[in-house]
Write a new protein. Structure first.
Length: 557
C-alpha cells in the first residue's frame, strides 16, 4: 500500500521532563489520518501525575498547564489503554505511527508500555517527521514543529499542547507525501529504509523561503512591513526607516536568535505600507501589532498589559481614573509600588518586611534584613530627602526624584561600591541605599512620563525628519491621530482641537492601545529632536514647546 493510501496514527506527548527517569507524561494526544471517509477527531487528555509530583514552573510557562489543570486528568494506565484502542482501529500491530520528534516521545511510550502492557510487543512502528524533514529540506533554517507547519502554510498555536501539535503533525505529514513520492519513496517500508541512510549534507547556507529578490525589491522608504505565511497569516510586524535595509537585516544579521529563525522559516511573502516619515511608521507598527496580535511580536501584544491609574496616595491602582488626582496612565498595576513604599516609610510607617521588599523592588522572600535596611534608609534620607525644602513628604520626594534623575543622566548616581559582580550578594546598607535610589529614579520617571503622555494626547506636533524636504504635522485628540499632513512653509502649528480638555477626561481616553501609541510617539519625538532639533509641540492655544524647553521634557521619556 502506498503512503498516500495508508492510514497512520499521529501521536504527541507533553511531559514534565526530558526522559521518563526525570519526568512524567503530562498530556497525550493522537489522531488517525484517513485516506478516505470522514476525518478522525483529535483526542487529547491531561494525564495525572504520580502522588507528590508537581508541574515544574518552566513546563507551566511553556504549556500553560498548572497543577490545578489536572483535576479532571485521567490515570496514566487509562491514557495508555485509550491510545492502544485507537491504534487497533488503524491496523494490526505494529501500527504505522508518525511523531514529529520521535526520539523524545518514544522513550515515554516505551515506559508506558513496559509499565502497563509488558506481555505484548510494542504496538507502534514509528517514523520521525523531523528526520524526514531533515532529509527533504536540509537547508531550511529550522525544522521544529511550529517552523515546519508554518513553512507548509499551517498556523499552529505557540502553546506547547498536544491537541495543536497533533493537528500540526498531521498537516505536515500530508504535505511531505508528495515530496517523498517525488524521491521514489512510495511505501512505509521504503520510507523506513530511506530513513536508515545518512541524510545528505546540505549546502551549508540557510535557504529562506522568502526569495532574496523579493526583499531587495522593497522601496528605500520609511514604513511598516509584515512577514506572512503562505496562507496569509501575519507572523511579525516591524517598522523601518528604510524598508529594504530593515527587512534585509533580518536575513543578513550574523547570529539571529531561535525565534527569529523559526519565524523566517515560515515567511513566504512580505507586505509593506509606506509612510511619510519614520515617526509615523513607528505609530502604525504599534497599532498594527495590537490589531493583529502576530505570534512573533511579544512585547506589544501582551494581553495583560493596559493603562493603569494610581490613587493619589499611591496605595492602589485601577484600570480607570476613579477620582480627580488619580495618577496615570501607567504601564502596570504595580508601576509605582516602590515609590508608594518609600513614601510610606518617609511618612513614618514601620519598616515591615513587605515595605522593605517593595522599597528596593524585590519579592518579600528576598527582602533586606532589618539592620541593613535601617542603615541604608537612613543614608538615603540624609543624602536625598533631608536637603529638600518642602512642606510635605511627597513634595520632598518629588524633588529628590528629580535630582536623582539628573544624577543618573550624568552617570554619577552610583559609586564604586555599586559595581555588580554578577553573583547574588548579601544586603548591605550601601546596597539598600542604591536600590532605593534606583526605585525613586525609575518610578519618578514613570510618574512624570504619565503627565507628558496626557499632554501629548491633546496636541499638535510639527517636525522634520533627517533629510526630509517638508515638515510634517500630526494632530491628536483623545490620544487618536485626527490629522496628518505636510506643513506648509511658514504655516503656524495649529491649536489642537482638545487643547482645553480637562485632565481627567484626557486620562479616561487611555487604554492599552492608546498608552502604547503615546509612549511610542514620545520615544520617536526624542529621537527626532536629538537628530534634527526641528520640532514644535503645541498643547493648547497659548503654549508651545520647542528647543531646550522641549528637550527638558523629553528627558523623562
Amino acid at each position: 500500500m502506498t503512503l498516500a493510501d495508508l492510514d497512520v496514527l499521529i501521536v504527541d506527548c507533553q511531559t514534565t521532563g526530558a526522559t521518563p527517569h526525570h519526568g512524567d507524561v503530562l498530556e497525550i494526544g493522537w489522531t488517525i489520518t484517513r485516506t478516505g471517509g470522514p476525518a478522525e477527531p483529535i483526542h487529547a487528555h491531561r494525564v495525572a501525575l504520580p502522588e507528590g509530583r508537581k508541574i515544574p514552573r518552566m513546563v507551566s510557562r511553556l504549556t500553560g498547564l498548572v497543577d490545578e489543570s489536572l483535576t479532571d486528568a485521567i490515570a496514566a494506565d487509562d491514557a495508555w489503554r485509550l491510545l492502544r484502542a485507537a491504534a487497533m482501529k488503524v491496523a494490526p500491530t505494529p501500527v504505522p505511527t508518525v511523531i514529529h520528534f520521535a526520539r523524545f516521545e518514544l522513550a515515554f511510550l516505551h515506559d508506558l508500555h513496559e509499565r502497563f502492557d509488558p506481555s505484548v510487543s510494542f504496538p507502534f512502528d514509528v517514523v520521525c517527521l523531523h528526520e524526514i524533514a531533515r532529509r527533504l529540506l536540509p537547508d531550511l533554517p529550522r525544522r521544529g514543529l511550529r517552523a515546519l507547519a508554518g513553512y507548509f502554510g499551517h498556523g499552529v498555536d505557540l502553546a506547547r499542547r498536544s491537541h495543536g501539535h497533533v493537528e500540526a503533525t498531521a498537516f505536515v505529514w500530508r504535505r511531505v507525501l508528495a515530496e517523498l513520492a517525488a524521491r521514489g519513496v512510495g511505501t512505509f517500508g521504503e520510507l523506513k529504509t530511506w530513513l536508515q541512510a545518512p541524510p545528505q549534507r546540505g549546502s551549508g547556507r540557510r535557504a529562506f523561503p522568502l526569495p532574496r529578490e523579493r526583499r531587495l525589491s522593497l522601496p528605500d522608504a520609511p514604513g511598516v512591513y509584515r512577514f506572512l505565511r503562505s496562507n496569509g497569516d501575519v507572523l511579525y510586524v516591524g517598522k523601518a526607516m528604510s524598508l529594504r535595509k530593515r527587512v534585509s537585516s533580518h536575513f543578513t544579521s550574523g547570529r539571529p536568535g531561535e525565534r527569529a529563525l523559526e519565524m523566517l522559516t515560515q515567511a513566504r511573502e512580505i507586505a509593506v505600507t509606506i509612510t511619510a516619515s519614520a515617526l509615523e511608521a513607528a505609530l502604525l507598527e504599534s497599532d498594527e501589532i495590537k490589531r493583529i496580535e502576530p505570534p512573533y511580536n511579544v512585547q506589544l501584544r501582551d494581553r495583560e498589559r493596559g493603562a493603569w491609574f494610581a490613587t493619589p496616595d499611591l496605595r492602589e491602582a485601577t484600570a480607570r481614573p476613579e477620582a480627580h488626582g488619580s495618577i496615570g496612565p501607567l504601564p502596570s498595576r504595580h508601576s509605582l509600588s516602590s515609590l508608594a513604599a518609600i513614601r510610606a516609610l518617609a511618612s513614618g510607617e514601620v519598616a515591615s518586611i513587605a515595605l522593605r521588599a517593595r522599597a528596593v523592588g524585590v519579592p518579600v522572600a528576598f527582602a533586606p534584613d532589618e539592620a541593613s535596611f535601617a542603615h541604608g534608609w537612613r543614608a538615603f534620607v540624609l543624602r536625598h530627602l533631608a536637603p529638600q525644602r518642602s512642606r510635605t513628604v511627597w513634595g520632598a520626594l518629588l524633588k529628590a526624584s528629580k535630582a536623582l534623575f539628573r544624577l543618573w543622566g550624568e552617570g554619577s548616581l552610583d559609586d564604586e561600591e555599586a559595581v555588580e559582580t554578577g553573583t547574588p550578594r548579601a544586603w548591605t546598607p550601601e546596597r539598600v541605599r542604591r536600590q532605593i535610589e534606583q526605585s525613586v529614579v525609575r518610578d519618578g520617571q514613570l510618574l512624570r512620563r504619565s503627565r507628558w503622555l496626557c499632554l501629548l494626547s491633546e496636541s499638535s506636533i510639527a517636525w522634520r525628519e533627517p533629510e526630509a524636504e517638508a515638515r510634517r504635522l500630526l494632530t491628536l485628540s483623545s490620544a487618536d491621530i485626527v490629522e496628518r499632513r505636510d506643513l506648509a512653509t511658514g504655516e503656524r502649528v495649529p491649536t489642537p482641537p482638545g487643547g482645553r480638555r480637562a485632565w481627567r477626561d484626557r486620562q479616561l481616553a487611555f487604554d492599552a492601545v492608546r498608552y502604547d501609541r503615546m509612549r511610542v510617539l514620545a520615544t520617536e519625538m526624542k529621537r527626532v529632536h536629538a537628530e534634527t532639533g526641528d520640532m514644535v509641540v503645541r498643547v493648547d492655544g497659548r503654549h508651545e514647546l520647542r528647543g531646550e524647553s522641549l528637550a527638558r521634557v523629553l528627558r523623562w521619556v
